[in-house]
Design a protein around this ligand. Structure first.
Ligand code: SAM
Length: 753
């Protein structure tokens, strides 16, 4: 939804076709032995040369062209290894076959080069016989090459290895699932003697491992610190020492965002009658980052009561209480959030999710959907959700590459940050398995995932399930909807962008249960990584909430309904049904009239009554009432007429066409016509479709009423405010954005702020 789909763009189609040819060629090698075409020395030399070149380029710090694009290919899905390492037998590089998953086998390897970061983390590895291959680790996190895991000499186990033909025609190991690779610390029992560096062990094993852990921690080498503390715990320390080690390990887990494991350690360390200050503090932190704000609050409260001098605990208590309030009643400081979104890089806001009067339930024919649990009014907040994961692309930052994510099996390509999002979700689930159900429950079509949560105490995350869920549930998003609105409304371009495609994207699990309808009754907006969903109409209890996966605008003049093949269904709403039924001659007439109108509006000499007449001609191509089937193609001409009459100081005409414009979107409005009988209120009896320019339309009406029916000015502005709240997510910035500062009469904004 709103991601940058380039599946039909010719220059990218070329890349897709080359990839398909490569895949076909690779298949012709299937089953041959994976003996590298290069000698060990040649392979190493080339790798190091490439590294040197990259370093030189980086040192030059030349700004990259914003058009620089990396490609990332999604291979055919394969399941993560679900066998225990004990059940696998060792295989050597010389016994591997190309394009083959070596089930029941594992490789023991050691890196012989530093790492290289492309779309994967790469290094050359050798086995115990000294044969080498390129290793490509996907979704492992860029930090991997910096952390202890993958420095030169790191020992690695690859479970059920898969050898593929790489882009340069040589062979390499590709690992997609995080749990298919294990990093073995130098002191691990799997490390062969010949690879082992000498370890001096003191008499008191647990204490010396603990000390080593502390040293690693102080060097910010948290993964090795965790390994050392775990070794210390294996060496049967006393109860007291075990508690200290667990607390230290918990802190290392917190540093590496493994909040589940941190929580487990502190809970075990604080099971006695008197949990320590450190234990309580770390527990509150772990709970906070797992978004368990109530428990975090309670723990912080207990901590503050017991240790009143701990000011940090008090601050943390206040922070968790603020999240709890947001989550409980949906009270947000939206204005501040807008500011934070602009300042933070990436715009990740520290806020809690609020779930309002909605719940997930089965639908008759669309799988699960989201329903209202009570009556709501247009503009009401249904929920405000913090992203489960969010990948941000700063349009102003020309040094960061975009990634072209290519799925040759499904013939789809997106440009942006989806590859980053897949990695970020896989990492989050791997580090915090308690979050898995929230994500894996999302719609994943026909994909059949493995259902084993962990093996050998290590969580299993199926990367291809993550990829599939992201394909079907990910939302492209701007930095903020306010920013998009301002840029749309300050541009004089009359056609507002309603099918915007964004390079940033994210996953919002609750929003993912909302099904599509062109006759939507809810709208999503963004403030940084928070998604705000508001009702666009008054809704009765138990109404299914729907929004647009793709905007239906510009469809009826083309005679085709909205294209939703990517999600595997066709929309059967009344707008789409009507498009299907519309005669071809009418479609052609509409398209021609719209082209005429565009010309007339552009021409400075155009006479407004002539435009009016042409618009009426367009209106005649519709047969059903707009209150039943919105007339999407006529919205912009009516709105432009209203704006043109407002600008030429003909307020009565501006009112007529402003109201017609809204009615074309399905609104039923009472009391808006002029001359206006004093005291009669302006009432929206039925809300229609909501798009950004509806706010401007109400502002045109408000300005026009100021002259011809002053009693309605404030009421029209109130409807503008509600519409703004729906499109932007909040109305705390309405006055700043529109306010009385605007001297324009045509509904556009004077300046971008
Ligand atoms: C993001 S999920 C929405 C939630 C989904 N219904 C579920 O059960 O989890 C998208 C999928 O929902 C279904 N869907 C959404 N809107 C639909 C519609 N208007 N008609 C039929 N199926 C729809 C399609 O299967 C689509 O791939």
């Amino acid at each position: 939804m709103n991601t940058h789909d380039v599946s039909q763009v010719p220059k990218y189609l070329q890349v897709l076709n080359i990839q398909k040819q490569n895949l076909k060629r690779a298949q012709s090698f299937k089953g041959r032995r994976a003996i590298s075409k290069k000698s060990r020395d040649e392979g190493l030399r080339q790798f190091m040369f490439r590294q040197m070149r990259l370093r030189q380029l980086m040192n030059k710090k030349e700004p990259k062209s914003s058009k620089e694009i990396r490609s990332s290919f999604i291979p055919s899905a394969y399941a993560p290894c679900i066998a225990s390492l004990k059940e696998l037998s060792k295989v050597m590089i010389k016994d591997l076959y190309i394009e083959t998953h070596h089930h029941g086998r594992y490789l023991l390897l050691r890196t012989v080069t530093p790492t290289d970061i492309m779309t994967a983390i790469m290094a050359i590895v050798e086995d115990e016989e000294g044969r080498v291959l390129m290793l490509q680790l996907y979704n492992q996190g860029q930090e991997l090459s910096r952390a202890y895991h993958l420095t030169e000499g790191t020992v690695i186990v690859v479970k059920e290895p898969y050898v593929k033909v790489m882009a340069d025609g040589d062979y390499g190991l590709r690992v997609d699932h995080l749990s298919d690779v294990r990093f073995i610390p130098e002191f691990g029992s799997l490390v062969p003697l010949s690879w082992r560096k000498r370890i001096t062990e003191d008499g008191d094993f647990s204490n010396s491992w603990k000390m080593r852990g502390n040293d690693f921690f102080n060097q910010a080498d948290y993964h090795l610190a965790i390994e050392s503390y775990s070794k210390a715990l294996e060496s049967s320390p006393s109860n007291e020492v075990a508690i200290t080690i667990k607390l230290n390990r918990a802190l290392s887990f917190l540093k590496t965002h493994q909040f589940d494991a941190a929580l487990l350690d502190v809970e075990e360390a604080s099971c006695g009658p008197e949990p320590s200050e450190k234990a309580l503090f770390r527990k509150a932190q772990a709970l906070y980052y797992l978004q368990r704000f109530r428990e975090s609050c309670e723990t912080n409260k207990a901590l503050s009561e017991k240790y009143p001098e701990n000011t940090l605990a008090r601050r943390e208590f206040e922070r968790a209480s603020a999240r709890l309030a947001e989550a409980g009643i949906g009270k947000y400081e939206f204005k501040r959030m807008q500011l934070e979104a602009r300042k933070r890089q990436p715009p990740h806001l520290d806020r809690g999710s609020f779930i309002g009067p909605v719940s997930v339930r089965p639908t008759k024919s669309r799988g699960r959907g989201l329903f209202t649990t009570e009556a709501v009014k247009a503009g009401d907040l249904l929920f405000c959700e913090k992203a489960f994961a969010h990948a941000f692309h700063d349009v102003k930052d020309t040094t960061r590459n975009l990634t072209l994510l290519i799925n040759a099996q499904k013939d789809t390509m997106t440009l942006g940050t989806q590859a980053e999002l897949i990695e970020s979700v896989a990492q989050r689930l791997y580090r915090n398995p308690s979050l898995q159900p929230t994500f894996t429950d999302l719609h994943h079509g026909t994909y059949k995932p493995v259902n084993i949560p962990e093996i050998d105490g290590i969580p299993i995350v199926d990367t291809f399930l993550v990829e599939r869920i992201i394909q079907l549930n990910c939302f492209g998003c701007p930095l903020s909807s306010r920013e998009t609105h301002i840029s749309a409304m300050t541009s004089d371009a009359t056609a507002k962008k309603d099918n915007e495609q964004y390079h940033s994207c994210g996953v919002w699990p609750l929003a993912s249960y909302i099904n599509h309808s062109c006759l939507s009754n809810a709208r999503r907006s963004f403030i940084g990584d928070m998604m705000v969903i508001r009702a666009t109409k008054d809704l009765a209890p138990n109404t299914e909430v729907t929004f647009w996966y793709k905007s239906p605008f510009n469809r009826e003049s083309e005679g085709v309904s909205v294209e939703l093949k990517h999600w595997g269904f066709r929309c059967d709403c009344i707008i789409c049904q009507n498009i299907q039924k519309t005669d071809k001659t009418i479609v052609i007439k509409r398209a021609e009239t719209l082209a005429d109108l565009e010309r007339l509006f552009k021409s400075r000499k155009s006479y407004l009554p002539k435009i009016e007449e042409t618009v009426f001609g367009l209106a005649e191509t519709y047969t059903q009432p707009a209150s039943e089937v919105p007339r999407l193609a006529i919205w912009t001409p009516y709105l432009n007429l209203a704006a043109a009459y407002a600008a030429s100081r003909q307020p009565r005409k501006a009112v007529i066409f402003g109201l017609q414009a809204l009615e074309s979107l399905g609104y039923v409005i009472d009391g808006g016509e002029t001359p206006h009988a004093s005291g009669r209120p302006l009432i929206v009896k039925k809300w229609g479709l909501m798009i950004d320019s509806v706010v401007g339309c109400w502002m045109i009406l408000s300005g026009a009423y100021h002259v011809v029916a002053p009693g309605l000015e404030a009421q029209a502005e109130e409807y503008a405010r509600i519409s703004y709240r729906i499109c932007i997510g909040e109305d705390q910035t309405f006055d700043e954005t529109y306010g009385k500062l605007s001297e324009r009469l045509d509904g556009l904004l004077p300046t971008a702020k």
